[in-house]
Design a binder for this molecule. Structure first.
Ligand SMILES: Cc1cc2nc3c(=O)[nH]c(=O)nc-3n(C[C@H](O)[C@H](O)[C@H](O)COP(=O)(O)OP(=O)(O)OC[C@H]3O[C@@H](n4cnc5c(N)ncnc54)[C@H](O)[C@@H]3O)c2cc1C
Length: 437
């Protein structure tokens, strides 16, 4: 007899919601995390969640008021000197706003929610260091310890790695990387600020300052009038020379519209970041183990899908584990269903995100294209709505951008130009390159 049915290593979005779903079905679960709560995730994260993630939290009975962040209803998009536009957030799954959450608080809400389930035990400050295996090599538990304590051997029918993109469980289990994008990758840095000037008078939502030259700067509202200010730069052009803060401030200074917003502002958090952010998938399971959340699928943060993906993968895995634990399916069959379901939920979006990295950081549109095609599309209300519905997972990632939508946006853009209704065409082309290199 094992100590538990399932040991879950990692107690943030993936692990804590998987534990809740298994607890709701009465399974004996141990959820451990080496961190104590509340705390920031050790891999830093920006704060955006869409209604898609909120809907999955509704399913878990987690009250929105308990995690609500700074809600916002617009994304301002600016492409260099060429044009800018304010995109309203359409209603998605019954909500027409996006949150900038505080991960410190949000992750604690998810962790605490688990305590409602009598069959789930939680240990924080408990670091897993290795896996137990039987004679056939099947994973049968974990070895871990409390801070300052001695090694404990804990047995379970299976072990789940919900331990993030640098997953120890993946490494110990020997999970291979099965898909990876290594060429078009970004490096990100960010910090929280207060006293940030509005993008434009009366416009308060998120602001994406794209240069079309390998660099974006993103502003996200956070609770308490704070802002998360992120640099998202093609990795091969990031030169920090050992001083990331000097680099971050030089990027800000290089973009007049960004510098203006921060000229009277104060940085109130340390600078954090991630170099060459990896993108890919690992094998999702093997004998006695499975991976969920960033441990199985990790990607660039530009589309803000990580938390949603972690929650949806946990939902699929909970269903598969329940089938196996209740004897409806064998392990191999249940894990095949998990792999297929997880892939179907996440892969089309992953391909879109990889396409965006390539197009928006690694390709540089000629000025004429920025002033015409891209402007016509990005300022078209029908395109804007579908773009956000796609990011908010209300539209399937595959096929959201139809030829009809592109053609219509271009025709409407030309029409607006001809009738003189196009707003904010931007300043004339500057003499030098518009962005930092
Ligand atoms: C720069 C950046 C910005 C991002 N911005 C966004 C965003 O705006 N919106 C969004 O939705 N997503 C964003 N993401 C992605 C998001 O942060 C992740 O997808 C999400 O946190 C994944 O959740 P998880 O539960 O899988 O793993 P994590 O949140 O990484 O949690 C893993 C947990 O496992 C624990 N752990 C690790 N090893 C052990 C061990 N050996 N023993 C015990 N415990 C262990 C850790 O302490 C940690 O608590 C961003 C990511 C990055 C890198």
């Amino acid at each position: 007899v094992t100590d538990y049915d399932v040991v879950i290593v990692g107690g943030r979005p993936a692990g804590s919601t998987l534990a809740a779903r298994l607890g709701a079905r009465g399974h004996r679960v141990l959820l451990v995390d080496r961190a104590s709560f509340p705390s920031q995730p050790s891999v830093p994260s920006s704060p955006v969640i869409y209604p898609s993630a909120m809907k999955l939290l509704d399913e878990l009975g987690i009250d929105e008021a308990s995690y609500a962040g700074a809600s916002f209803t617009t994304f301002s998009f600016q492409l260099g000197h060429y044009f800018d536009t304010v995109i309203p957030v359409p209603e998605m799954f019954g909500r027409a706003y996006v949150y900038g959450i505080d991960r410190h608080h949000f992750d604690e809400v998810l962790w605490r929610n688990v305590s409602r389930f009598g069959t789930v035990e939680q240990r924080q400050g408990f670091a897993v260091g290795d896996l137990l295996r039987d004679d056939e090599g099947r994973v049968t538990g974990v070895i871990g310890r409390e801070r300052g304590g001695v090694d404990q051997r804990i047995t379970a029918r299976c072990v789940i790695g919900a331990d993030g993109r640098f997953s120890l469980i993946a490494r110990k289990a020997g999970a291979r990387v099965v898909e990876e994008e290594t060429e078009c990758v970004s490096t990100v840095y960010f910090a929280e600020w207060e006293g940030v000037a509005p993008f434009r008078e009366g416009v308060q939502g998120a602001h994406i300052h794209a240069t079309g030259r390998g660099l974006d700067v993103l502003f996200f509202p956070m609770p308490g009038d704070r802002w998360s200010v992120n640099t998202h730069h093609r990795a091969d052009r990031v030169v920090t020379e050992g001083d990331p803060m000097a680099y971050y401030m030089s990027v800000i200074a290089s973009q007049p519209d960004v510098a203006r917003r921060l000229s009277g502002a104060r940085r109130i958090s340390p600078l954090v970041g991630l170099k060459r952010v990896g993108n890919g998938y690992r094998e999702s399971s093997g004998p006695g183990w499975a991976l969920v959340g960033d441990a199985v699928h990790y990607k660039d943060p530009v589309d803000g899908q990580g938390i949603y993906d972690a929650l949806v993968e946990a939902r699929v895995l909970a269903g598969a584990l329940d089938s196996w634990l209740t004897g409806k399916q064998g392990w191999a069959e249940a894990m095949r269903d998990y792999q297929q379901g997880m892939h179907a939920e996440t892969h089309p979006m992953y391909l879109e995100t990889m396409g965006r990295l390539r197009r928006e950081l690694y390709e540089e549109p000629p000025p004429i294209i920025a002033r015409t095609l891209i402007r016509w599309m990005m300022t078209d209300p029908a395109y804007q709505k579908r773009f956000l519905q796609f990011l908010g997972r209300e539209l399937p990632a595959k096929g959201w951008l139809s030829k009809r939508l592109v053609g219509g946006a271009i025709l409407r853009g030309i029409g607006r130009d001809l009738s003189g209704r196009s707003a904010r065409m931007g300043a004339p082309e500057p003499a030098g390159p518009p962005a930092l290199r």
